[in-house]
Design a protein around this ligand. Structure first.
Ligand code: NDP
Length: 250
């Protein structure tokens, strides 16, 4: 059959959460494919470091952005369009995860998780959707989680936000069928990043946050799934990708 992948060269993508982990790996993979990138996250220094590490290829810009702030997200997309061109691809990687037990009432962690994972996603969708619909093409890909399919104890609120991600993306996909838009969720299992390192509910971490000992995914494994989904021929939609460590099926 041969490789049916299409070239991504010359496309323009906004990648949120690009300052570390999966987002940084996606940025490197897309730059290697010849995609011009607007990299977004809050930590300006880390973001610049990722951009400077991309080497040659098309222009890429680092735009410090808090996705919970609607105006900052609008400014991000406006700058991407002005400096790189119309946005073909949005990759939503920004996210937080805190291990908490419901009974311990870590309400600030709950709120933060909803703000970033749910409201942040909506801000990003809203900023690119009108342009994509007007142009009759575009791809919105969101790093969801296997927690968007299965609820994990110790991660009830986080799982809830990822179910939200799945529901919104599915609804968007159904409503926009026929417009040229593609909507993908990538659902990783455990990936070796600093994501879980911000948790401070020690009881939840002890009960549910301990490594199983299985070889977990590398950020580059997830980035490869992202490139696979983005590079399909125009009539093909890879709507969901569940990618987990071999020894940790959920
Ligand atoms: P990281 O902590 O390395 O990355 C999270 C990214 O989100 C960082 O770049 C961070 O940048 C950014 N971010 C957090 N809050 C905001 C905000 N308010 N505005 C903008 N950017 C923000 O972890 P991962 O790479 O693992 O996480 C990326 C995504 O992958 C998340 O959505 C996560 O839920 C998902 N995922 C991760 C899994 C894992 O096992 N690691 C498994 C399944 C899904 P900064 O701090 O600079 O703002």
């Amino acid at each position: 059959m041969g490789d049916r992948r299409e070239s991504l060269r010359g496309r323009v993508a906004v990648v949120t959460g690009a300052s570390s982990g999966i987002g940084a790996a996606v940025a490197r993979a897309l730059a290697d494919e010849g995609v011009g990138l607007a990299l977004a996250a809050r930590r300006a220094d880390a973001l610049r470091e990722v951009r400077d590490g991309l080497g040659g290829g098309p222009d890429s810009i680092a735009v410090p952005t808090d996705v919970t702030d609607r105006e900052q997200v609008e400014a991000l997309v406006a700058r991407a369009e002005a400096e790189l061109g119309p946005v073909d691809v949005l990759v939503n990687c920004a996210g937080v995860m805190y291990y908490t037990l419901m009974r311990n009432l870590h309400e600030d962690d709950w709120r933060r998780t909803v703000d970033v994972n749910c409201t942040g996603l909506l801000h990003c969708l809203a900023a690119v959707l009108p342009g994509m619909l007007e142009r009759g093409r575009g791809h919105i890909l969101t790093i969801s989680s296997d927690a968007g399919r299965t609820v994990f104890p110790g991660l009830a609120v986080y799982s809830g936000t990822k179910f939200f991600v799945e529901a919104v993306c599915r609804g968007l996909r159904l409503e926009t069928a026929g417009t040229g838009l593609r909507v993908t969720t990538v659902q990783p299992g455990n990936v070796a990043t600093g994501l879980a390192g911000h948790s401070h509910d020690e009881e939840a971490l002890a009960a549910y946050g301990r490594p199983s000992g299985a070889r977990v995914l590398d950020p580059d494994d997830v980035a490869a799934a992202v490139v696979y989904a983005l590079a399909q021929p125009a009539h093909v939609a890879v709507n969901e990708v569940l990618v987990e460590p071999r020894d940790e099926p959920a």
